[in-house]
Design a binder for this molecule. Structure first.
Ligand code: AMP
Ligand code: ZN
Length: 466
């Protein structure tokens, strides 16, 4: 069995990854709060953990990986938007408007992430469908002394869990000093966090032993992960901003409720920045994925993300996106020139370039290293090696890249008729064979005026949209 190595945030070390059950590798990634369109920063964990999901499926087998990514569909920002619509005269109850808002946001999210080539996870639970489990877990925490109910709220007693702060490497006292904790008169300790809170008439709420209310954000993930993946699972991921307090709180809740080890390997992606500042809704320095997709195709955006190691921060810029697009074009152009490329039944991992690719991926899934191998391979493909083209396509496929028809990709959006272009290329080839180079050059110029660029290769002439 292959061993991949992953950096575990919990131990701050790169470790051999050994799943609890190799026949069912289990991963949970915190999903979005569905109140508005996702921005490009939100796409980073999706692309990163999709790539890891693909790697795990490759190593352990397609049917042996369970990937859960939730939708947080109960949140004050969703309520506020629904209320705004109601006040603006939208028909329907507040509940209908909340539902409308979350449904439309989930549909946008799916469209965006599909465009980036992200596979749908095995399960995409919605928090509102697991309220019963959240209430049960909350009750369990009260029963064991980890939580207390007061004034319609239930709070987690942070001092009851001695390992609190271990993931992020802080002591409770440091956290109190540094964190913006919500001070409430009914809290035993300012660090205690909400498991359940009361809902007023306007807010969505569910009946519970503590009155009508709704869950806190952290308990949602603990309850959904427990329901779908069990008490212990292999990988839990999310952006670095979730490490504290969200993941710290998830651990306290889940270990408090179930004991044992909640998660083996914690993984956190670095930020997508703008001028070295995290792209975020609250700062207003963001581009929605939908906006970026108006200018760039999803596969180029995916490549742009994978060119940086998942733990490193990087800056967004149009120039970097353009560079990713030309790099992708280089890959597709090489494939296109190679003519029909057979799909490999299996990759021969002993082959030196495949081995170099794999070595990079197995080492904390180093996607920039793996991509470098692909770009080296392009040189060999351009020298006319069909077998190399097949290897390029197969290796890129493990990253979720290069699976479109090269022609279709390269001509994307062209209004010029393919058959027409091919007939002019045939005419030009005939002219060249007849040594009528002036006519051949004339056809090249005619096509160039239509935005069609010709490439002469040993296998024949191909074309791309300039
Ligand atoms: P949110 O809806 O804000 O909870 O974010 C959803 C996911 O996107 C979380 O895993 C965040 O950590 C992640 N995320 C948000 N902003 C960025 C960013 N600028 N770069 C990378 N990841 C981010
Ligand atoms: Zn979470």
């Amino acid at each position: 069995m292959v061993t991949i190595r992953l950096t575990n945030s919990k131990t701050r070390r790169k470790e051999d990854f050994r799943p609890i059950e190799p026949s069912n590798v289990r991963m949970y990634v915190c999903g979005p709060t569905v109140y508005d369109r996702a921005h490009l920063g939100n796409a980073r964990p999706v692309v990163v953990f999709d790539t890891l999901y693909r790697l795990l499926r490759h190593v352990y087998g397609q049917g042996h990986v369970t990937y859960v990514r939730n939708f947080t569909d109960v949140d004050d920002k969703i309520n506020a938007e629904a209320l705004r619509r109601q006040k603006a005269g939208s028909p329907g109850t507040l509940e209908d408007l909340i539902h409308q808002r979350t449904e439309e946001t989930i549909a946008w999210y799916h469209a965006d992430m599909d465009a980036l080539g992200a596979l749908r996870p095995s399960h995409e639970p919605r928090a509102t469908e697991y309220i019963g489990q959240m209430i049960a877990m909350t009750q369990g925490l009260i029963d064991t002394g980890h939580a207390y109910a007061v004034e319609g709220h239930v709070l987690f007693r942070v001092r009851s869990y001695s390992d609190y702060g271990k993931l992020s490497g802080r002591s409770v006292d440091d956290m109190i000093a540094g964190a913006r904790v919500e001070v409430a008169p009914f809290k035993e300790d300012p660090m205690d966090f909400v498991l359940w809170k009361p809902s007023s008439g306007e807010e969505p709420g569910w009946e519970s032993p503590w009155g009508k209310g709704r869950p806190g954000w952290h308990i949602e993930c603990s309850a959904m992960a427990h329901e779908l993946l069990g008490e212990s699972f292999d990988i839990h991921g999310g952006g670095l901003d979730l490490q504290f307090p969200h993941h710290e709180n998830e651990i306290a809740q889940s270990v408090g409720a179930c004991g044992g080890e909640f998660v083996r390997t914690w993984m956190h992606n670095g930020f997508l920045n703008i001028d070295d500042t995290k792209m975020s809704k609250s700062l207003g320095n963001f581009f929605t994925i939908a906006d970026v997709l108006k200018k760039f195709d999803g596969e180029s955006v995916r490549l742009f993300m994978l060119r940086t190691h998942y733990r490193s921060p990087f800056n967004f810029s149009d120039t970097l996106l353009e560079e990713a697009r030309s790099a992708l074009k280089r890959l597709y152009t090489a494939l296109d020139a190679a003519g029909p490329v057979p799909d490999l039944a299996a990759i021969d991992w002993a082959e030196p370039r495949a081995a170099a690719f794999k070595a990079a991926m197995d080492d904390d899934f180093n996607t920039p290293g793996a991509l470098a191998v692909l770009f080296d391979l392009v040189g060999d493909v351009n020298r006319g090696q069909t077998a190399d083209a097949a290897l390029l396509k197969a290796l890129a496929g493990t990253l979720g890249l290069l699976q479109a028809q090269p022609k279709a990709y390269l001509q994307g959006g062209s209004s010029v008729d393919e058959n027409f272009v091919q007939s002019r290329i045939d005419a030009r080839t005939a002219a060249k064979q007849a040594r009528n180079f002036a006519a051949a050059d004339g056809i090249r110029a005619e096509l160039a005026a239509l935005g069609i660029e010709l490439k002469d290769r040993p296998q024949g002439t191909t074309w791309v949209r300039a």
